[in-house]
Design a protein around this ligand. Structure first.
Ligand SMILES: Cc1cc2nc3c(=O)[nH]c(=O)nc-3n(C[C@H](O)[C@H](O)[C@H](O)COP(=O)(O)OP(=O)(O)OC[C@H]3O[C@@H](n4cnc5c(N)ncnc54)[C@H](O)[C@@H]3O)c2cc1C
Length: 302
């Protein structure tokens, strides 16, 4: 890349930034450019540079649903956590920057007595990532409160898409793939802060009881196959405790693959493939990953 072009970027630019520091797995090699844009204009500039230089780019949230390859990413990673972290509310309606942590949003809702998102308590990540994944838990999905999503396309055009024109599914939406989500409009309901807090505490307890939260992971690795549970199938295939290198199928929750110490992305990939093969052989179900992957289909050296 012609690095002179980066002079027009106002935000912070890091070179060869290790993505292991930006993923919940604590795994991932270097990104050639790790940029924290200052505003929308900055994003537009970066997308323009990427287009001119034919460089791949990727938006990272909290990296809590992401496996990054050991060789990293030959391109630009965009981090929205600094400039897109505002919450504005007008009664029960809110405008939330894509980089806001789900956790902070829930805290805000508790403080102002806004109900509708409690079931999502304890899901790590930013609201932008939550929208992409239609994050959900305990029969609630983030899209049940969304009114519209504002995003910028690679050509720099900003669009606001209303909820009626988005079709969210299980851990996915039909929003265009190569966009940067900027802002989300939510509509919640008035509630009682004490009750909201109580529900949140119950949900957190359920999570602590069921999930291996003391080790790095990306949450559930596989999507729920129709009519069944990935965790049940994985357990039935005898995979609990299956370990390759430092990646292991959790004994507490079979759909979690945890980083026991210093797992590589390759270790995790090998466990994923082994689990898929064993489940297919045992029950005839082809499991589909829920987590996203970065940097696995690129040349090793930048
Ligand atoms: C312990 C644990 C428990 C979990 N429990 C749950 C759960 O109960 N339910 C659930 O749904 N998930 C769960 N997850 C997974 C994860 O937390 C969610 O999917 C979360 O919404 C991902 O958000 P993120 O910001 O970390 O996204 P990332 O992992 O950083 O990115 C995920 C995808 O979203 C894209 N993306 C992120 N931000 C933007 C943006 N602004 N614009 C465009 N694209 C963007 C990325 O490019 C990537 O493709 C869990 C994870 C962990 C570690």
């Amino acid at each position: 890349m012609n690095e002179m072009m980066l002079k027009s970027v106002k935000g912070k630019i890091l070179f060869k930034e290790m993505l292991s520091g930006h993923t919940s797995y604590r795994i991932g090699g270097p990104a050639d450019y790790y940029i924290t844009p200052k505003d929308v204009e900055d994003i537009r500039t970066i997308l323009e540079i990427a287009e001119k230089q034919q460089l791949p780019w990727f938006v990272i949230g909290e990296g809590s649903n992401l496996l990054v390859s050991d060789t990293g990413f030959r391109g630009i990673v965009l981090d929205l956590s600094k400039a897109f972290n505002q919450i504005d509310s007008r009664g029960t309606e809110m405008t939330v920057g894509a980089g806001v942590l789900l956790w902070d949003l829930l805290r805000y809702c508790t403080e102002f007595g806004l109900t509708g998102l409690e079931q999502l308590t304890g899901i790590p990540g930013q609201i932008g990532g939550g929208v992409v994944l239609n994050a959900g838990a305990f029969d609630e999905e983030i899209f049940s409160t969304i009114q519209s999503v504002k995003f910028i396309s690679p050509t720099g055009i900003i669009e606001t898409r209303d909820r009626e024109d988005i079709h969210p599914g299980y851990r996915k939406t039909d929003l265009p793939k190569n966009i940067v989500i900027l802002e989300i409009e939510l509509a919640l309901r008035n509630g009682n802060p004490a009750e909201i807090q109580m529900i949140q505490k119950e949900i957190l307890k359920k999570r602590r009881d069921k999930q291996p939260l003391s080790l790095p992971s990306a949450g559930s690795v596989f999507k729920r196959p129709s009519g069944d549970y990935a965790g049940r199938l994985i357990e039935e295939a005898g995979c609990k405790g299956l370990r390759i290198g430092d990646a292991m199928v959790s004994r507490k929750h079979a759909n979690f693959i945890v980083n026991v110490h210093l797992a590589s992305a390759l270790d995790v990939m090998r466990v994923i493939n082994e689990v898929k093969e064993r489940v297919l052989a045992k029950s005839g179900v082809m499991l589909e990953p829920e987590i996203h992957f970065l940097g696995f289909d690129q040349p090793e050296k930048g």
